[in-house]
Design a protein around this ligand. Structure first.
Ligand code: SER
Length: 320
């Protein structure tokens, strides 16, 4: 019997992954947790308030629900982390260490932890960055991800903990608002376009970044967690890739449906973060080891978002 605990369940990935895991494992077998109050996506199932730095409470919840699987998603994203260096280090590192330590002590069957393209720095290959490129990040967030990957590999090697991880590109979903990441302009842009507002982009027009639609991110996570353990050759974190585009390209994709949409480029400190990351990622090892394959192109994603987001915005504003 699977008993799943998710941390950071109110976040961009967490809210959508929770819904999918509830579908797969049953509402009564998925315990969503977050430091903040449950949001609307959590109304259907079990929810507990949890600060992952509160190890005693974390332990109590694992014990209370007899947890067998953890998805540890609570973290500060790149742009927020640059502004809150100590908080980011404390949360991103100690949250993971608490998770790994409790998972080992309570013999949790499987743990998932998200890494990021932010592990790469200016000395990594810019295009189709291979799995084994140098990982010398220039951001605090990136440093926590490189260290986290090594901790995951350590717990696997030393204690046999089945911890699995993906280096997500920028994740784009329409169900929740941006969460303080550098790639989050590509979430915000759709909200502005649907509301008929001008979009001020904090990156320059030609700043290409690896990205992925949320449904592909959820699929990748579930597929990796379902993969046979003996097929997995990477115990730090897997490169995965879906689409890569610049702000100008996403704006043009939106203009196909909303011709009057306009964008202005006003790069700020986040441009420097973006410039230190790859333009695109080579994910051939994930494809080989667990048959990874994305479904969404840029235009397909735009179409899907523009089909659903207007209703969601209307519903939210009528509730206000
Ligand atoms: N989406 C993340 C960020 O921008 C990168 O993993 O922080």
């Amino acid at each position: 019997m699977r008993k799943i605990l998710i941390t950071g369940a109110n976040g961009q990935l967490g809210s959508e992954l929770t819904i999918e895991l509830r579908k797969l494992a049953g509402n009564e077998n998925v315990i969503a947790t977050d430091i903040s109050e449950p949001d609307k996506s959590q109304r259907e199932g079990l929810f507990e308030k949890l600060d992952v730095l509160d190890k005693e409470l974390y332990k109590e919840l694992i014990r209370k629900y007899k947890i067998t699987e953890i998805y540890h998603l609570a973290a500060l994203l790149s742009a927020n982390a640059e502004k809150n260096v100590e908080t980011a280090w404390g949360l991103n590192m100690n949250g993971l260490l608490n998770t790994l330590d409790l998972a080992r002590k309570f013999e949790i069957g499987k743990v998932f932890w998200p890494s990021s393209i932010a592990v790469f720095g200016p000395d990594a290959h810019k295009n189709r960055t291979p799995q084994e490129s140098p990982c010398n990040p220039t951001t605090v967030y990136g440093i926590t991800k490189v260290a986290g990957e090594q901790w995951c590999a350590y717990y696997h090697r030393k204690f046999g903990l089945d911890v699995r991880s993906i280096r997500y590109p920028g994740l784009i979903g329409y169900k929740s608002l941006p969460g303080g990441g550098t790639t989050d302009y590509a979430v915000d842009i759709y909200h502005k376009a649907v509301k008929g507002e001008l979009f001020n982009c904090f990156l320059s027009r030609d700043s290409a970044l690896p990205m992925m639609y949320m449904s592909d991110a959820v699929k990748a996570t579930i597929d990796l967690m379902n993969a046979q353990a003996d097929r997995l050759t990477v115990r730090t974190s897997y490169n995965v890739s879906a689409i890569s585009f610049t702000p100008e390209e996403i704006a043009n994709s939106i203009k196909k449906h909303i011709p009057g949409f306009s964008i202005r480029y006003e790069p700020d400190y986040r441009q420097e973060i973006a410039a230190s990351w790859p333009d695109s990622i080579d994910d051939s090892i994930a494809r080989r080891d667990w048959d990874w394959e994305p479904d969404f192109s840029l235009d397909k994603m735009t179409m899907d978002i523009l089909r659903h987001l207007p209703n969601l915005i209307e519903k939210t504003s009528s509730m206000e």
